[in-house]
Design a protein around this ligand. Structure first.
Ligand code: CDT
Length: 325
């Protein structure tokens, strides 16, 4: 067996007025708690350092303050998380709003390896949900990601993670293969299959998913909020379980959840799923909470060699439509 203990650091409500120090202190507590439970990799949510700002109209002069510029591991607002991960000898993956040197904005996440002491992979969200212009309905929950971010330009690149196995990988096997996606990507078979084709063994996915957003969903405006939340949770887990199974991979998902500003509801439901589609661990609250699971990466082999042996069973001559306009 090749067991790696993986963790999701779920984060509860983060308000628009919450200072960055307060949010960072919460993230450090979660990281400490995960390390104390023996986790080797800890996943934080999408846009984890601030509230989920794409729900607001933000003016140009304020927009930069919601983004991270420069090297995220050394910039003062985010450095403490990476320093602590290094001290603890734990890897982290964390989502943030990225402003590049060319003033482009992306919804991004990185994988920081404490073995290497550096970022070994970066992903920029490809499927951006919502709208550019706000919904006219003044009560609508906005999702203005198309306004604030460009679609990611790095693809879904699987990567090997060194240092997770005490005695290194067994003879003939390389280091574990990881992949990252962000929130809405998890609903699309294509995101997973591109990683699956690279032999991915662990998919990491942070998310901010509204529990009630009829305008965004094209749903009945009088939809019952409780039913809406249950459906959103079901669809989240369906996506994580179904796609983990069909790509023979483990997956970890980490929610930002609770009631931001006391009124914007985001679902919880952080979970760790195995390659057969079973949930190994899931959050019980809508607050800051760590979940962990021991994941035997060898368990990916059955699916990869039999039912989902892509080399033997795929029929790409019938898949062309997927990459045509
Ligand atoms: N953050 C993010 O991508 N949220 C989207 C909302 C779309 S509603 C189906 C999500 O897919 O959860």
């Amino acid at each position: 067996p090749r067991v790696v203990r993986l963790a999701a650091a779920q984060m509860g409500a983060t308000h628009r007025t919450d200072g960055r120090e307060k949010t960072m202190a919460r993230m450090l507590r979660l990281l400490d708690a995960a390390a104390a439970q023996g986790a080797k990799v800890v996943l934080f949510p999408e846009i984890a350092f601030t509230t989920f700002f794409p729900r607001y109209i933000i003016h140009e002069d304020e927009l930069e303050s919601w983004h991270e510029q420069g090297d995220i591991t050394t910039s003062p607002q985010t450095k403490p998380l990476f320093d602590r991960a290094q001290e603890l000898g734990v890897d982290i993956s964390v989502g943030f709003a990225e402003a590049t040197d060319d003033a482009e904005h992306f919804n991004t996440c990185v994988y920081y390896s404490s073995h290497d002491g550096s970022i070994i992979s970066k992903y920029r969200k490809i499927h951006l949900p919502g709208t550019f212009e706000p919904f006219e309905n003044p009560d609508a929950i906005q999702q203005l990601e198309k306004r604030y971010f460009k679609p990611g330009n790095l693809g879904w690149k699987a990567f090997r993670v060194p240092g997770l196995e005490k005695n290194g990988p067994p003879e003939g096997r390389g280091d574990p293969i990881f992949g990252m996606m962000i929130c809405n990507d998890r609903r699309w078979a294509e995101s997973w299959r591109v990683l699956g084709l690279q032999g991915v063994e662990v998919v990491l996915c942070g998310y901010n998913t509204a529990g009630y957003a009829p305008d965004l969903w094209g749903a009945d405006a009088n939809m019952d909020p409780k039913e809406a939340e249950e459906r959103a949770l079901m669809q989240h887990k369906l996506s994580m379980q179904g796609h983990s199974y069909t790509n023979a991979t483990f997956s970890v998902s980490a929610a930002r959840c609770g009631y931001d500003d006391g009124k914007f509801h985001l679902i919880a439901g952080s979970c760790i799923v195995d390659p057969e589609g079973y949930i190994l661990a899931e959050s019980r609250t809508s607050e800051d909470e760590v979940i962990v699971a021991d994941c035997d990466l060898d368990a990916c082999q059955a699916g990869k060699k039999k039912t989902f042996d892509f080399g033997r069973h795929r029929r790409i001559e019938h898949y062309k439509l997927i990459t045509e306009q």
